[in-house]
Design a protein around this ligand. Structure first.
Ligand code: C2E
Ligand code: MG
Ligand code: MG
Length: 517
């Protein structure tokens, strides 16, 4: 209003100039744009007015820029604070996080203070989380952190829902363990959750700072080592864990071995008990490293499974078996060959497809041995793949039956043709009535389900005779032969077929005599 009044006065003063009249009717916010009109109304050159407009716009733009920048600065400071809060404080429990523990470790290190990383798993008994559910368990973890905070000077951080971490201000292993025991002792009094007393039995893993290095990850691994050793507190044991960089090097050497001929296949013959003929064999890989000598199967198969390299190895084995089978056939030996398919591969759809395309054309002469536990681990995908292989005509054998948790339900659901009894089941079959009964009832059950039975680890003539008596279909073991390289295996087949039997043990010759009688 005041502005309009001033302008109207201007109009009156400039004796009703047309320019001043326009200015009078313009909204106040845009008035500075009319400076040229005012100038002209005053009889001055319009340029003066335009200069005024330009400088006004310049000052508005710089004011806006300054305002925007300070806003951005404020926002980024706020964002930084939020990020830091999210990084160092767990939003659900309000506890400090693993990142904060690591930072505390770095700060202690830069101050030159020695320490030991400690990780405490509340779920020592493993079932507590299942009973309480996720949310209640989270509250229990908060309670535990509070209790530790009462006796420990420093942050007690959340590593995962059932795991807390802290820095023990000790570097000496004995002192660190004693400190950890004192922390654990706090849990002799049960925690309280909604008025209910809850007993927790924490397990602690420690990783001391050595050569200026301490790792939270090592402390976490030490928890697993403590659990495995059934101990309440364990210091990280690098020898038990192995050397990760060494493991990787082993795998890259294994991949090289597939190319350079250090990896070979051995074949262990299987005797068909009714016909007395060797009609099948199992392919087993052997790695003879040019530098280190023979590397045990157990040392690299498990590692290959863990690192995903088992696929390359298995594809190599399958390819080699197909080739060897052709070679043997060319020498007059029609023989079924079995390949071990690791559980780690059963759920792999790409491998499943590759195997189907590669092996299905072999008309049932290549068998896939799978372990039952592998199927139990990931039943849905594993069963789907195994079913697809079986449908395409690839015979499936269930390996190592009786070595672990054998489930009859899975026996029924697997489209297998063969059951391989683990050597732990077979070893005492000739000496123990109970074992013989167990083997016989398993064989009867398998036959009832339409499966043929192979006994693994047949080492003595007595075992072979007992197995034949209880209706076993196939025998495999050192009695017949150890696994042989391709050349030796072909020679074995020759001598066996010609009845020389020089390599055969006495029990086997008896068996052949029975067959001929
Ligand atoms: P498996 O499939 O149960 O193979 C049978 C194992 O028992 C072989 O050990 C064989 O040498 C051994 N064996 C055979 N007869 C006897 C006997 O009379 N007495 C005793 N004490 N042992 C006997 P190996 O070759 O050390 O293989 C161990 C395991 O490694 C195999 O068990 C199999 O699970 C795995 N494996 C071997 N080669 C391969 C492979 O190419 N791929 C995969 N995925 N696994 C393989
Ligand atoms: Mg096997
Ligand atoms: Mg086996």
């Amino acid at each position: 209003m005041l502005w309009i009044g001033i302008i109207t006065y201007g109009v009156v003063m400039s004796a009703g100039s047309r320019h001043a009249a326009i200015a009078a009717t313009t909204p106040p916010a845009a008035c500075f744009l009319l400076a040229p009109l005012f100038a002209m109304a005053n009889g001055d050159p319009a340029l003066f007015g335009w200069l005024t407009v330009f400088s006004a716009m310049l000052s508005i733009a710089s004011t806006l820029t300054v305002l925007g920048l300070s806003n951005q600065l404020f926002e980024s400071q706020q964002r930084g604070r939020l990020l830091e809060e999210a990084l160092y404080t767990d939003s659900e429990t309000g506890l400090p996080t693993r990142a904060l523990l690591k930072r505390a470790g770095q700060e202690a290190k830069s101050r030159g203070d020695g320490f030991t990383f400690a990780v405490l798993s509340l779920d020592g008994k493993a079932h507590l989380r299942g009973v309480l559910g996720f949310e209640q368990f989270a509250q229990l973890t908060v309670q535990a952190a509070k209790c530790l905070g009462e006796i420990h000077d420093g942050p007690v951080c959340l590593i995962s829902i059932d795991t807390l971490g802290l820095l023990i201000p000790e570097t000496d292993a004995t002192c660190a363990v004693a400190y950890a025991e004192r922390l654990r002792a706090r849990f002799e009094t049960p925690l309280s959750l909604g008025g209910i007393a809850i007993d927790v039995s924490p397990v602690m893993g420690l990783a001391p700072m050595t050569e200026n290095h301490a790792s939270l990850r090592h402390a976490t691994i030490a928890v697993e080592q403590a659990k495995a050793a059934h101990q309440p507190v364990a210091m990280f044991d690098p020898t038990a864990y192995g050397d990760p960089s060494g493991n990787l090097a082993l795998m890259s050497r294994m991949l090289n071995a597939l190319q350079n001929g250090d990896m070979t296949l051995h074949y262990q013959p299987k005797l068909h008990l009714r016909s007395g003929k060797v009609l099948a064999a199992e392919a087993l890989c052997r790695w003879n490293d040019s530098k280190c000598g023979a590397i045990p199967v157990d040392a690299f198969i498990a590692m290959a499974e863990e690192t995903g390299h088992i696929r390359a190895l298995t594809e190599w084995v399958v390819g080699r078996v197909i080739e060897d089978q052709r070679r043997l056939e060319a020498q007059g030996h029609r023989i079924t060959l079995a390949v071990n398919i690791s559980g780690a591969l059963l759920g792999d759809p790409q491998f499943a497809r590759w195997a189907l395309e590669t092996v299905a054309p072999c008309e049932g002469k290549i068998v896939f041995e799978v372990t039952e536990t592998a199927v139990i681990n990931d039943p849905e995908r594993a069963l789907k793949n195994v079913a697809a292989w079986a449908e395409a005509g690839i015979p499936i054998a269930i390996d190592d039956y009786g070595s672990g948790l054998s489930s009859l339900a899975y026996l029924k659901s697997l489209p297998a043709k063969e059951l391989k009894l683990d050597r732990s089941l077979v070893g005492d079959v000739a000496n123990s009535g109970k074992d013989a009964l167990l083997v016989k009832s398993t064989i009867d059950l398998a036959h009832g389900l339409g499966l043929e039975v192979t006994a693994e680890g047949v080492e003595t003539p007595a075992a072979l005779a007992a197995l034949k008596l209880v209706g076993c279909d196939w025998a495999q073991g050192y009695l017949l032969s150890r696994p042989l390289n391709l050349h030796a295996f072909a020679a074995f087949l020759e001598s066996f077929a010609s009845g020389e039997g020089g390599v055969l043990a006495e029990g086997l010759q008896d068996l052949n005599r029975q067959r001929l009688a």
